[in-house]
Write a protein of this length. Sequence first.
Length: 285
Amino acid sequence: MILFVDALTVIDFSYLCNKRGAIGESWIVDLTLHGQLNDESMVLDFALVKKQIKRIIDDTIDHKLAVAKGLDGKVTVADDRVDLDCQFGDGHHLAMNAPEQAVCLLEGEEVNEQSVISFLKSVIMPKMPSNVKDIGIELRAEQSESFYYHYSHGLKKHDGNCQRIIHGHRSQLGVFVDGMKHPRLQKEWATKWQDIYLGTEEDVIDASNLKYVTASTNDVCFAYEATQGYFELAMSKARCDILPCDTTVECIAEYLAKQIKDTMPDNTITVKAYEGVGKGAIAYA
């Protein structure tokens, strides 16, 4: 017997790639459970699937930075902290030091759909009842009706897991001028922010004030204390955009609307910014 739950949850996270750096991603999780009927004539109660399995996924990878153990770079975990340093792309640099809970370490040389599926199966199956013999997991991106971009960020004021300094989203972007969709501007900003790190100006510090991370010459450095601990990040300036505000989706939408309004002062600008799948903010200028 096979039990299925489509769109059980959405994984909003970032993963580290030796070619592209930190990539913000949002994957919808579809789940199947293969097994025998239990005493309740079920494979597993839907309430348990939605509660227990979703919690496992949320606790292990959601709102984290996924890093392959075989990453071409340094990754060490000690004293409940993780320290990483790597080069990516065309000579770009990324270094981070954060509480261990901000990172998910995966087996293998790279993070991809299959490595994430293998990891999730390895943490979910031991917690399943004996009648569940196997699980199937499919990860899929939202069908895009507009241009989209991958971004990473951290929200130090957030009391939950959004405070982790590198987590992210794959997000659609809608731009409207005088109520009409404007594909050129959508594409322009989606291209500008592809694989971007969106930092907050007040979190920028001088490299000399870093406690754990070693910055390269062309890096911009960030640090902050949040409820989960102290976070540091150094990343190539070319892969960052520093906003004069927090990087919540509300502030991102407002920032984009103002930036576009500056170039089109006589028009009414509407920005519909997504944070992952099916949620976001709308701003006007």
